[in-house]
Design a protein around this ligand. Sequence first.
Ligand SMILES: Nc1ncnc2c1ncn2[C@@H]1O[C@H](COP(=O)(O)OP(=O)(O)OP(=O)(O)O)[C@@H](O)[C@H]1O
Ligand SMILES: [Mg+2]
Length: 288
Amino acid sequence: MPDIMMNGAAGRDHVGELCLSGKGVTKVYGMGARRTVAVDHVDFEFRKGEVISIVGESGSGKTTLVKMLLALTSVTEGDIYFMGGKRDITTRQKKHDYWRGIQAIFQDPFSSYNIFHKIDAVLLDCINMRGGKGFSKEKKTEMMSEACKFVNLEFKELTNKYPFELSGGQMQRLMIARIFLLQPRILLADEPTSMIDACSRATILDMLLNLRAEIGMTIIFVTHDIGLAYYVSDTVYIMERGRFVEFGGADDVILRPSAEYTRRLIQDVPKIHEPWDFTKRSPRAVLT
Ligand SMILES: Nc1ncnc2c1ncn2[C@@H]1O[C@H](COP(=O)(O)OP(=O)(O)OP(=O)(O)O)[C@@H](O)[C@H]1O
Ligand SMILES: [Mg+2]
């Protein structure tokens, strides 16, 4: 790829094997005058246990890429590889198998649930999806309680409620409880913390990072917030108008950016959000 800047090799030697990668991945919406190239020939390599951030301004193609990774929209051109082989989602069954390995939490938690399903049903679905259909009722309740406890929700207070009866923050925590039960290999998080205050935001991020530590999941954060990306990621990809203009270790990309666009994003940080205190950032886990 000629026009991408790879910042140093540091930080990429210690991560695990490839779990999700793409070559020339492209998405074109519409035709003729309405044609939009939302994602334009991107290459990427995400590794096991890695935390990756994809950063870019509104409209740069982040959600479109996420939808392709999740097999929620077709890929116009290019290939996606999953756990060492070319991704095969040609049948319903294969697609469902793929979704067992890759899950997402979205910008708008309200869109993620079937509003006619009570919360118990939402969580029970996760247990069933992971092969727990035959478990006893007690075992299932215990698993659901444990998942709620992990995200500081009280399962007893949630039974018999519908998702729309929860607050935005509770909904987001319920999404993480689902992930706790599903234990996917890869979690895509599209602006997972945009709806909540700074304090809950830090808690949610901690929960996701704990989950990474606990089950060795790969997390891909999609965000406008380069400060957040620096705070949580091993690797950062910078997206501008459908292309990756720069990627590499978080320190390299954010402290020593090569692309003009990255410099601009960094300059904009204090204007968009409260400044992040980079000095308090905990060292990233060494992945094996
Ligand atoms: N279903 C669609 N049909 C046509 N064009 C679309 C569709 N979805 C997205 N686009 C266009 O593709 C481009 C990328 O959109 P996308 O939603 O991927 O951006 P984004 O980086 O996620 O933005 P944001 O940060 O605002 O969420 C935009 O120009 C958008 O208008
Ligand atoms: Mg988006």
